[in-house]
Each structure stands twice: as structure tokens, then as C-alpha cells.
Write a protein that binds this ligand. Structure first.
Ligand SMILES: Nc1ccn([C@@H]2O[C@H](COP(=O)(O)O)[C@@H](O)[C@H]2O)c(=O)n1
Ligand SMILES: C[C@@]1(CO)OP(=O)(O)OP(=O)(O)OC[C@H]1O
Length: 164
């Protein structure tokens, strides 16, 4: 088994929606980012890469590369899922927290889990997405941006049967 942790932050800029967990959420700002700024999927990519000892998202998708300008972060997640499989691992379970004063995310977390599970090729039951405010404290509390953390457990694929 291998454990990985990911963390990401994106600040708000102009826009009318936020991409979080692959779901477009109407809002009075967008994210400032090279890609679509999906802070949750970026944290998940980092957790998966970290668990495999494969570095981080910036190593695989440099923010200086025009190929990733405006990229759909679900495509990045699917690419990372392929790297995990190539390395001989599968996701056991994944737990994530989005730190956001607003918007209200609880109505969207089930859709996020479904999309993340689809991209990882696993059941949504293995994914848990949570949200919390930071009680108006810090940059998230002041409404300057959103942060996300993810923890993932990977299991070794050995003939799809034995985990170690
Ligand atoms: N952006 C958010 C933040 C929180 N929630 C939900 O509200 C609950 C209470 O939040 P606290 O900050 O007081 O922990 C939290 O457990 C979430 O269910 C949300 O939907 N969206
Ligand atoms: C996703 C990438 C690449 O487009 O850029 P951003 O969308 O800016 O996201 P960030 O989490 O700051 O950095 C990772 C980059 O690889």
C-alpha cells in the first residue's frame, strides 16, 4: 500500500463559474489559473502522483506549456490515472476536503465524486469529497480563493487479486 497527499490553492479572478471536482458551479468569480483551475482535481492529481513517488502536477503538466492553457483538469486526472496503473497501482480510497467560504458545495459533492470515480475507473463509493468554510479566517475565509486537500491510498495490483 502507498499513501499520498495533495494540496492546491487557486485565487479568484474574473468569471462566472468555478470548476471544482469536474463540476461547473455558478459563482460571481472564476479561478485564476493556466488550466481551468480545478483546485480539487489538482490536489487529487498531486496525491496520486505523490503516492507513486512520481513528483507533482507541475512536473507532468508545466504551467509554461501552452498545451495546458485552459485545459480540462479531468483530462489531467485521467492521464495521472494512467500513470498510476502503469506503475502497478490502483486506488483503494480517496478522501478530499475543499476549503471555501463560498459557494456552498454540499449540493455538488456527489456529482464530484461520480466524475472523479469515472476518471479513475473506480466506484464512487471509494471517493469522499467534503467542504468546509474556514470560519471567515485566512485567505479562504476572506473570499480571496479556494484551497483543497486530498489523501489517497493506493493498493498494489498483483493479478488484480492481492493487495500489499
Ligand atoms: N463551501 C462550503 C463550506 C461548507 N459546506 C458545508 O457546511 C458544513 C459546515 O461548514 P463548517 O465550515 O462550519 O465546517 C460543512 O460540513 C459542509 O457540509 C458547504 O457545503 N460548502
Ligand atoms: C495545472 C497547471 C498546468 O496547466 O496549471 P494551473 O492551472 O495554473 O494549476 P496549478 O495547480 O497552479 O499548477 C499546476 C499546473 O501544472
Amino acid at each position: 500500500m502507498r499513501i499520498g497527499h495533495g494540496f492546491d490553492v487557486h485565487r479568484f479572478g474574473e468569471g462566472d463559474h468555478l470548476m471544482i471536482g469536474g463540476v461547473a458551479i455558478p459563482f460571481d468569480h472564476g479561478f485564476v489559473a493556466h488550466s481551468d483551475g480545478d483546485v480539487l482535481l489538482h490536489a487529487i492529481c498531486d496525491a496520486l502522483l505523490g503516492a507513486c513517488g512520481l513528483g507533482d502536477i507541475g512536473r507532468h503538466f508545466p504551467d509554461t506549456d501552452p498545451a495546458w492553457a485552459g485545459a480540462d483538469s479531468r483530462a489531467l486526472l485521467r492521464h495521472v490515472a494512467g500513470l498510476i496503473a502503469e506503475a502497478g497501482y490502483r486506488v483503494g480510497n480517496l478522501d478530499a476536503t475543499v476549503l471555501a467560504q463560498a459557494p456552498k458545495l454540499a449540493p455538488h459533492v456527489a456529482s464530484m465524486a461520480e466524475r472523479i470515480a469515472e476518471d479513475l475507473g473506480i466506484t464512487a463509493a471509494a471517493i469522499n469529497v467534503k467542504a468546509t468554510t474556514t470560519e471567515r479566517l485566512g485567505f479562504t475565509g476572506r473570499g480571496e480563493g479556494i484551497a483543497a486537500e486530498a489523501v489517497v491510498l493506493l493498493m498494489r495490483r498483483v493479478g488484480e487479486a492481492v493487495d500489499e
